[in-house]
Design a protein around this ligand. Structure first.
Ligand code: TXA
Ligand code: MG
Length: 310
């Protein structure tokens, strides 16, 4: 049985994590499936609960830059990015300090580690109460849609994890943007922090790593985030048997943002896909502009639409 916990139950959630149990918790991006990052068995439990291929490394969540620097080596670019955007929807992939005590399974044996400081009061309270870095991928079964409510987490993982800390819907609704500062600043995954903001700070465009170069960033696997039914993009009209996921002023079964607001669309993306997914019909999606958060939304939608079988 999975226990439902609420903001008053932070101490209980932290105690479970310290015992090596798995606790899903809200962040500003999506719900994470948390485990003590220094406990190999707990981390293994994450892969098991998600049914995730074991070569997918996890993101480690910490309370502040100081704790992050105890785990990874920051160069000047990394420091600048962390100071500008933490707490927030930016994950940095950095050289791991082997002596930091992070379970090797967390980084799937890679010499690097993905780190971020979440901008969410419950996530921060949990990290402080737990006193450990928390490894947490999105709290969904592998390859499925990321959860933005406690109910989404329960639908995918009920019975497989110790507890779910319910903090209401996630305000951003898209996973973090992943950047590797070295050897030159590169984008590994577009996400909740707009790329333009990062490039403005760096004063240069981010390199885009190709899939082959980021085979260890399975957010890059083709068929990820897949709903059960098929998905068709850039649909200006929709067939009788299809459900339309709209954007802008169109008549749709569900609309990401009737006013065409990309921030609202990002926050609605996964929950609308979840809802349509329960109806078991092919899904058509209105065109979404390739600007601001539209890039991350389109990236997720393309993966959801990719041929299955990976
Ligand atoms: O917003 C988020 O990032 C959420 C919340 C819970 O923080 N987490 C999340 O985790 O989306 P996950 O595991 O679903 O996606 C993490 C991505 C994966 O694509 C993983 O491969 C990549 O980060 N990653 C982790 N460590 C890496 C590393 N050392 N090198 C390259 N990619 C890495
Ligand atoms: Mg995920």
């Amino acid at each position: 049985m999975t226990e439902m916990l609420f903001p008053d139950d932070i101490a209980r959630a932290a105690a479970l994590l310290r015992e090596g149990a798995l606790v899903a918790f809200p962040t500003e991006t999506v719900y994470g499936l948390g485990a003590d990052a220094t406990n190999d068995r707990a981390v293994a439990g994450v892969f098991a609960a998600k049914g995730r291929p074991s070569f997918n490394p996890l993101i480690v969540h910490v309370t502040d830059l100081r704790s992050a620097r105890a785990i990874a080596v920051f160069d000047d670019t990394a420091l600048m990015l962390a100071q500008a955007f933490w707490p927030g929807a930016l994950t940095l992939v950095l050289p791991l300090r082997p002596e930091a005590g992070i379970a090797p399974l967390v980084s799937a044996g890679l010499p690097t580690i993905a780190l971020r400081v979440p901008d969410h009061p419950l996530a921060m309270a949990l990290l402080r109460a737990c006193g450990k870095p928390i490894a947490a991928p999105s709290a969904n079964p592998s390859g499925r849609i990321s959860p933005t409510t406690a109910a989404h987490v329960a639908a995918g993982l009920n019975g497989k994890i110790a507890a779910i800390l319910d903090g209401g819907p996630c305000p951003v609704g898209l996973e973090s943007t992943i950047v590797s500062p070295q050897p030159s600043p590169s984008l590994l995954r577009p996400g909740g922090l707009p790329i333009d903001a990062i490039e403005a700070l760096l004063g240069a465009p981010l390199e885009q790593r190709k899939d082959s170069e980021t085979l260890n960033a399975p957010g890059q696997l083709a068929s990820h985030y897949a709903p059960k039914a098929s998905l068709r993009l850039n649909a200006n009209r929709c067939a009788k048997e299809e459900l339309l996921l709209g954007f802008g002023p169109v008549e749709a079964d569900l609309n990401l943002s009737p006013s065409g607001n990309l921030i609202e669309a990002a926050a609605n993306l996964f929950s609308h896909l979840h809802q349509l997914d329960t109806m078991n019909k092919p899904i058509a999606v209105s065109p979404i502009p390739q600007t601001g958060l539209g890039r991350a939304i389109n990236d997720r939608l393309r993966r959801a639409a990719a041929p299955r079988g990976t």
